[in-house]
Design a protein around this ligand. Sequence first.
Ligand SMILES: O=c1ccn([C@@H]2O[C@H](COP(=O)(O)OP(=O)(O)O[C@H]3O[C@H](CO)[C@@H](O)[C@H](O)[C@H]3O)[C@@H](O)[C@H]2O)c(=O)[nH]1
Ligand SMILES: O=C(O)[C@H](O)COP(=O)(O)O
Length: 324
Amino acid sequence: MLPEVASWLRRRTSAAADWPLEALLAAKGDARVSVVLPARDEERTVGAIVGAIRSDLVERAPLVDEIVVVDSRSTDRTAEVAEAAGADVVVQDLVLPGHGRMSGKGEALWKSLAATTGDLLVFVDADLRGFTSSYVTGLLGPLLDDPDVAYVKGCYDRPLVTGERRVENGGGRVTELVARPVINLHWPRLAGVMQPLGGEYAGRRSVLERLPFVTGYGVEIGLLLDVYQEEGLDAIAQVDLGRRTHSHQSTEALGIMSGQILLTAWSRLERHGRMLPMEAPATALAQFHRGPDGHDVRVSDVGVGERPPMIEIPEYAADRTLLR
Ligand SMILES: O=c1ccn([C@@H]2O[C@H](COP(=O)(O)OP(=O)(O)O[C@H]3O[C@H](CO)[C@@H](O)[C@H](O)[C@H]3O)[C@@H](O)[C@H]2O)c(=O)[nH]1
Ligand SMILES: O=C(O)[C@H](O)COP(=O)(O)O
């Protein structure tokens, strides 16, 4: 490991317990805080997460100014459940309607910039189990403490839970098999970021609104690599949030996610001048299943779309000017 990674780990890694609520309230001042949950069919889990944030960080202590659930084309009762728990629900496709409809988690997060008012944004996945509000306080700690920190990633232990079977630290399969090797090989100074794909992170609006957002599952690796490129390693911090349990996707679905992550990394290798491309990568992924008559093939397009920095969207820029 590079010496600067070891030094970054010492300087920029903390734990949620290092950031008590009273200290954060004192440091908050006039800053507004928005918590955003992107959610597609998360009726089983979204209510408990919103409820915990609302009761601990809105009602009991005024740390969070708004909780926004971006309903990402849910076909279940996600929106109703989130609203009943106290969130403002925005429909992904109705935000910035003049700018078309792209798909995926990154699209939901990009649209959330236009649907929220916070100076600090905290993103939390809506499929977490055993969520506690210390996720939010932990992620806000370094941002409220140090103006040089622009972006904070959560890190945690990740069990793999399938039915009755639980493998401690077996989770985060795409992280371990795809993202971590790619980052270590091409961005070794980011090797200390323990959960580069984790869905719990926070950032300053002033930075996020100047970055492009990949629309699918490439959004986390894209933002991390772009924050690093634009702001440098020292602007990134990480906070140990303990343990993260979520609903797992199938191996096949994770293959598609991996394709999106690899393509996003590839685009940044090229864009940030780390690789001279000879040929653009293909975006089709062929996956095989044994069917009654031999192998069936399913081909998915893992190509990723990209939204421009939000600050370049005229309606958003006009609103921001009015707020300032
Ligand atoms: O089109 C979509 C797909 C997902 N989600 C939501 O995004 C969150 C994370 O999605 P999920 O499918 O649960 O992703 P994971 O399998 O958990 O993938 C991990 O790795 C991804 C790639 O970095 C990250 O985006 C995730 O946050 C991270 O948890 C959940 O709240 C989803 O409901 C949307 O809002 N829109
Ligand atoms: O972050 C990841 O690596 C993917 O979301 C997969 O996570 P899982 O192996 O815990 O399902």
